[in-house]
Design a protein around this ligand. Structure first.
Ligand code: ADP
Length: 504
């Protein structure tokens, strides 16, 4: 009897293995952290061997500690940190260099060159992405530019991959060299419509086709887990980038359904159906997943400072003792008292796109107190998310119907209620907030034939629904004031050559 599904959740700071039952309920998890390597300012690397060993060990320890029989595992799914790039030798498995992590900015000059060569619009229309060092393609070019590496690649000796590919090659029998459509859509090398590598971009970045993996569906038999890992060849039946996996884990399988992960930053993805929607507001268009012969697309936007503003209140301002306390403090007053905080600490992303914006507090009066600032900070998380959702709705021409929440800050009931009020939409919070792992496990279950799409939709549970209670007039006033506050925050940081305002 097959009773279980397992997700390997390979994240930026830890590798985890998570056990689910066939109803999508989490049973147990085991995780191991690995070191972050910062060789220079702005550079971030991981040791691929550490990724591999922590991932393999966390799986082994999960199975050992829960004492489940590996024969009872129906399938394994892999979710992974996206855009992180590795290049390794086909014969020895030895990486030519560390993995270059998604956060790493070292390839900004390569992107600048692409833009100077007039590729910006091409990249936007073909890949759905904004030309940026964040994506894996320019990281691969940087690796190929290391001495002697491109020659080895041209001789067919090397394999490139994002972490899904690297794990599949190392953990599965027969070393398959594959990636899934969702991960491939984050390389800035894939044509969003054909789901094939794009020759023009490969030529522009001097990437030999032979280093690239085959692009496959997200949910299908990828291969059998190497027998020495668990003693039995458990089928691996899904791979997916973490944010898309979380969209699936939240069962947002129909157009208009969306999820927001309230972590350090916020990641918002909306399912837009089976044709890609190109954004007018600088949101990313991405493959959500490809399964059962159909490609589902999503619009994606992120808030740079989400839960981090709560950490700032606690650590820099000393206004609260814990993140949790922010809820009671915000609820100790009836409203924000006209105070707005725009946490543009590092500029503003979509849909504002102003790297010169800086953090701003407006509306202070003699009566403003600590609670107003705390409340304004929490409100700013919801306001920034609402800005993204409004932009998504404009882009695809329909109003989304509900928002599903996860991430650490979704524990905050005030924040969730305020989000619902601000959007005029119900915000639903599931009992399992490990939605990234849940998505990969459910996807694997679907490909293994133990779950259907409908069952995945039906198994999704709501722990608490936050129903909008605010009147439209009050909501419009809050949104309007927020926009005025954002306008004040914009362009604050002096650009090079600007004159500083004089003090007289
Ligand atoms: P990440 O995965 O990005 O590290 P998590 O999903 O673990 O983040 O969420 C942590 C973030 O959530 C922190 O920024 C923290 O300030 C915020 N947070 C945690 N609990 C609460 C809470 N009760 N209210 C508001 N923010 C919270």
């Amino acid at each position: 009897m097959k009773k279980y599904l397992i997700a390997l959740d390979q994240g930026t700071t830890s590798s985890r293995a998570v056990l689910f039952d066939l109803q999508g309920r989490m049973i147990a998890q085991y995780g191991m952290e690995f070191p972050q390597i910062y060789p220079k300012p702005g550079w971030v690397e991981h040791d691929p061997a550490a990724i591999l060993s922590t991932q393999r060990e966390s799986l082994r320890l999960l199975v050992a500690q829960t004492k489940i029989d590996p024969q009872e595992i129906a399938a394994i799914g892999i979710a992974n940190q996206r855009e992180t790039a590795v290049l390794w030798d086909k014969q020895t498995g030895e990486p030519v260099y560390h993995a270059i992590v998604w956060q790493c900015r070292r390839t900004a000059p390569i992107v600048e060159k692409l833009v100077a060569d007039g590729m910006k619009e091409y990249i936007r229309s073909v890949t759905g992405l904004i030309a940026d060092a964040y994506f894996a393609g320019t990281k691969l070019k940087w690796l190929l530019d290391l001495p002697g590496v491109r020659e080895r690649a041209q001789r067919g000796e090397l394999c490139f991959g994002t972490i899904d590919t690297f794990l599949a090659w190392n953990l599965l029998e027969g070393h398959p060299h594959i990636t899934d459509a969702a991960n491939a859509s984050r390389t800035m090398l894939m044509d969003l419509r054909t789901l094939q590598w794009d020759e023009t971009l490969l030529n522009a970045l001097e990437i030999p086709r032979s280093v690239l993996p085959e692009i496959v569906e997200n949910a299908r038999f990828m291969g059998a887990l190497r027998k020495e890992i668990l003693g039995v060849p458990v089928p691996v039946c899904a791979m997916c980038g973490d944010q898309q996996s979380s969209l699936f884990g939240q069962a947002c399988c129909r157009p208009g359904m969306m999820k927001n992960t309230y972590g350090t930053g916020c990641f918002l993805l909306m399912n837009t159906g089976t044709t890609p929607v190109v954004s007018r507001s600088g949101l990313l268009t991405t493959v959500a997943w490809r399964a059962q012969g159909q490609t589902h697309y999503a619009l994606e936007g992120s808030v740079f400072v989400g839960g981090a503003v709560v950490q700032w209140l606690r650590d820099e301002m000393g206004l609260i003792a814990s993140a949790q306390e922010s809820e009671a403090v915000a609820l100790s007053i009836p409203d924000n008292g006209g105070v707005y905080l725009v946490p543009a600490f590092t500029g503003l992303g979509a849909p504002h796109w102003d790297m010169y914006a800086r953090g701003t507090v407006v509306g202070l009066t003699r009566g403003t107190g600590r609670a107003h600032l705390v409340r304004a900070a929490l409100e700013s998380i919801a306001q920034q998310s609402a800005d993204l959702i409004d932009a998504m709705a404009d882009d695809c021409g329909f109003r989304p119907h509900a928002l599903r929440a996860d991430g650490g800050a979704c524990a905050n009931g005030f924040l969730m209620q305020f989000q619902a009020d601000l959007l005029g939409l119900t915000v639903e919070r599931p009992p399992v907030i490990e939605t990234t792992a849940r998505g990969a496990a459910m996807m694997a279950g679907m490909a293994a034939g133990v779950l259907t799409y409908d069952e995945i939709m039906n198994h999704w549970q709501c722990e608490r629904a936050f129903v909008p209670q605010m009147e439209a007039k009050a909501r419009d006033a809050l949104r309007g004031e927020w926009r005025r506050a954002v306008a004040r925050a914009k362009g604050w940081e002096a650009r090079e050559g600007d004159e500083m305002p004089s003090s007289s």
